[in-house]
Design a protein around this ligand. Structure first.
Ligand SMILES: Cc1cc2nc3c(=O)[nH]c(=O)nc-3n(C[C@H](O)[C@H](O)[C@H](O)COP(=O)(O)OP(=O)(O)OC[C@H]3O[C@@H](n4cnc5c(N)ncnc54)[C@H](O)[C@@H]3O)c2cc1C
Length: 460
């Protein structure tokens, strides 16, 4: 029987679901799948994006782990496409490749002062508080008053982690270095700004409601933002999600405030204009223009300019994909150009045979983990139907890939290695009554995975 040797690059949910769907699909050929992941641990943004105090979502890892633990997918961790393995290598050893490399960096916010000291991207901060090995271990949490720009769930995650008392994160898998820095944060006020009104936010109700449950944090909303226009009233009446969001916000309007040591302010109808510096070139204030509904579902500026004093600013205006060597890239949308997952060459929009994409790098960085499953179904349908267009590898032997990586001196990890690291992290957590304590430095992750060191400590 014909055999499809398939490489998948990126072991986030999109890559793992794609492998699972292909293995379970009706097809007239055998399959052997190798999953390449640049980090020593799989699961992408479920491990390094979803906040540590969201254990229910982190629990999706259990389903992803079940897929890997079946043992019919080989995983090569700590292997970066473009550096450790190239497109030419893949063509020599596989019939096709699926890229599921996601998105990890911040989209730009083009306003003056956005690059001042004290102005950060949300993605950087998220990577830090989730213990990503490739970001610095420390974070300058010195501000009492902070602005967060954006009205999606990432803005809520960032605001919640900034406002929450560090002790309330302790039962989670928050890394030790992160806990210690959060514990000494002097923050008193977190201001979240969105350009549009409460009926147009991209928050989901559950994540919004959660803010109101934070211990010793007052939720502050402003009456001026609730003078709804007809469009907003329609949205609230016709969309259950918007209705619940409005209900939550209305409850906060009625609440007594003033007793808590920290405050989380939600400002709507605020268009970012500028980040202003102090004499040392650090963030001093955020300037914005008050907007109003334009009657067509959007907003327009009112000309009323306001400022709020802050010492740090986080832009949570979206994630953005990164280009991969030898693979087309749509720099405007931050995705690999594709038709239903079949990769297209950037210059002439013709098919790049044997190359596919799925997940955030295919569709852009929007949507929940569950959406990557439907994404993967669409891509896999084409992989199966394209049999006549697959590559013809000269060296499809499974062992040749191990040999190649070994010859190059790539210290790769495998599924057993991941089990070692996973058990090690859970054991570190159990010793201290916590869910897990993540190992943060990459070399230590590799050492623990490959059992090349007897005494592995946790992060610092
Ligand atoms: C802050 C944040 C919070 C979120 N919270 C939730 C939530 O609560 N609930 C929910 O349903 N969704 C949530 N999401 C969305 C969810 O994380 C995404 O839908 C999902 O992770 C996208 O999956 P993916 O596999 O496409 O990308 P990713 O999860 O980003 O996985 C991509 C993988 O590819 C690897 N990779 C990248 N480049 C290379 C390379 N060159 N070589 C080898 N490997 C490479 C990366 O290391 C990564 O492991 C959140 C997202 C963010 C950013």
């Amino acid at each position: 029987m014909t055999k499809l040797r398939l490489a998948i690059v990126g072991a986030g949910p999109a890559g793992i679901y794609a492998a699972d769907i292909l293995l379970k699909a009706e097809r007239g050929f055998d399959v052997s799948i190798d999953l390449f992941e640049q980090l020593p641990a799989p699961y992408g943004l479920v491990r390094y994006g979803v906040a540590p105090d969201h254990p229910r979502i982190k629990g999706i890892i259990t389903a992803l782990r079940d897929v890997l633990d079946r043992g019919d997918i080989r995983i090569f961790g700590n292997v970066k496409f473009g550096t450790d393995i190239t497109l030419d290598d893949l063509k020599r050893h596989y019939n096709a490749v699926i890229f599921s490399t996601g998105a990890i960096r911040d989209a730009d916010l083009d306003i003056p002062g956005i690059d001042l000291k004290g102005s950060y991207g949300a993605a950087e901060f998220v990577s830090w508080f989730d213990g990503h090995p490739d970001v610095p271990r420390t974070w300058p949490l010195e501000a009492e008053s902070v602005a967060v720009i954006g009205n999606g769930n990432v803005a809520l995650d960032v605001s919640r982690i900034l406002a929450k008392h560090a002790e309330d994160l302790l039962p989670t898998e928050v890394p030790d270095n992160v806990y210690e820095i959060l514990q000494s944060s002097p923050v008193t006020d977190v201001h979240v700004f969105g350009r549009r009104g409460p009926a147009q936010v991209k928050f989901t109700p559950l994540e919004l409601r959660e803010l109101g449950e934070l211990r010793d944090v007052d939720m502050i909303v402003y009456d001026e933002d609730f003078d709804y226009d007809e469009q907003s009233k329609d949205a609230i009446a016709s969309n259950k999600q918007v209705m619940v969001i409005d209900r939550v916000l209305q409850q906060w309007r009625q609440r007594e405030v003033g007793a808590a040591s920290r405050r989380l302010h939600l400002h709507f109808y605020a268009k970012p204009l500028e980040v202003l510096p102090d004499e040392d070139g650090r963030v001093r204030a955020f300037r914005y223009e008050r907007t109003e509904p334009d009657g067509e579902g959007g907003v327009r500026g009112t000309g009323e300019i306001r400022e709020v004093e802050i010492q740090a600013l986080y832009r949570a205006v979206g994630y953005f994909g990164s280009p991969l060597p030898d693979i087309p890239f749509d720099a405007k949308h931050g995705v690999i150009p594709n038709h239903e997952g079949q990769v297209l060459r950037g210059d002439d929009n013709e098919r790049m045979y044997g190359v596919y994409a799925t997940g955030w790098i295919k569709r852009g960085p929007v949507g929940l983990i569950g959406h990557t499953k439907s994404d993967a179904m669409e891509t896999i349908k084409h992989v199966i139907n394209d049999q006549g267009n697959w590559w013809s590898p000269t060296d499809p032997d499974e062992e040749s890939v191990d040999n190649l990586l070994r010859e190059r001196g790539v210290e790769y990890t495998d599924l057993d290695g991941w089990h070692n690291l996973d058990e090690h992290e859970q054991a570190l957590g159990a010793e201290r009554g916590r869910a897990r304590i993540k190992v943060v430095p990459r070399d230590e992750m590799v050492r623990v995975s490959n059992r090349t060191s007897v005494s592995a400590s946790s992060e610092d």
